[in-house]
Design a protein around this ligand. Sequence first.
Ligand SMILES: NC(=O)c1ccc[n+]([C@@H]2O[C@H](COP(=O)([O-])OP(=O)(O)OC[C@H]3O[C@@H](n4cnc5c(N)ncnc54)[C@H](OP(=O)(O)O)[C@@H]3O)[C@@H](O)[C@H]2O)c1
Length: 289
Amino acid sequence: MIKVLVTGANGQLGQSFRYWASRFPKFEFTFSDLPELDLTNDLQLTHYFEKNTTDYVFNCAAYTEVDKAEEEIVLAHKLNELAVKKLCELAKKHRFRLVHFSTDYVFDGTNENPYKETHPHAPQSVYGVSKSKGEQAILNADIDAWIVRTSWLFSPYGKNFVKTIFSLLQNKTEINVVADQTGAPTYAIDLAKSVLEALAQRSFGKKTSVYHITNEGITTWHEFALKIKELINSDCEIKPVATEDYPTLAKRPKYSVLSIEKFKKEFKIKSRSWEWVLADCLKKIKSES
Ligand SMILES: NC(=O)c1ccc[n+]([C@@H]2O[C@H](COP(=O)([O-])OP(=O)(O)OC[C@H]3O[C@@H](n4cnc5c(N)ncnc54)[C@H](OP(=O)(O)O)[C@@H]3O)[C@@H](O)[C@H]2O)c1
């Protein structure tokens, strides 16, 4: 059995690993989150790895409130950078492998083609900077790790765009959605499955690898919302607005599509289209509402 510790296990991605756990019997999962395993608490972390044997850590814990991070800079860095540094130290000492999740927001969004894994970082927000520094900590530590970048996560769990729009469409007659930011929506349930399938195929190399995993296809937030509207048959009007007409604390990339060719080629794992998996997600959200 391969022992896996999932941190931040109550978040979107953490719950998506829970969803698959029983279907991957090769892995023995331990799911942890606040308060029992606080990644910003060095003593708690150190103690955990002294008491427990772990082969892999899937680090799903993160400070993900992109706008709030502009005001909670210290907190964002504590979790997205310093805790990752500590995990690297512990990975070296206790010889576990790290699967760490990161974001399209490490890029500046000026590209016109999908970002490759090697593209230089140029984050535009506190969240992006903190995630970029977390990645850098792993690369500097020179450990067996995967950095898995993803984008525009949605799922039946936690807080995300699909759940927000689903609820607004039922309670409003008109909403505004930004139409000039382009990205690749990613179903957290598919992302978790892809990672498990890839790890089941083969283990790590001797150094850190960076992969991009998203669903297939690109869109804007506005088109994404229109698709949700179509699938739930709503009458609410969805008006396209420009980023400058919808001011937010954090700057977001205009274009943050990640190239997923490397992952697809190395593991021969197909990615489903975001429209296809959106229907599945909405079915799950409806059954819970
Ligand atoms: N969400 C997106 O659109 C998106 C896009 C690209 C990349 N990503 C990356 O994908 C990964 C997973 O994102 P997600 O959407 O699943 O995040 P999420 O839903 O916000 O989950 C993060 C989890 O970490 C927990 N957590 C917070 N502080 C912690 C601490 N000190 N110690 C341990 N756990 C702590 C959170 O608990 P509380 O809820 O109680 O704070 C939550 O359960 C992250 O690395 C994120 O940066 C996300």
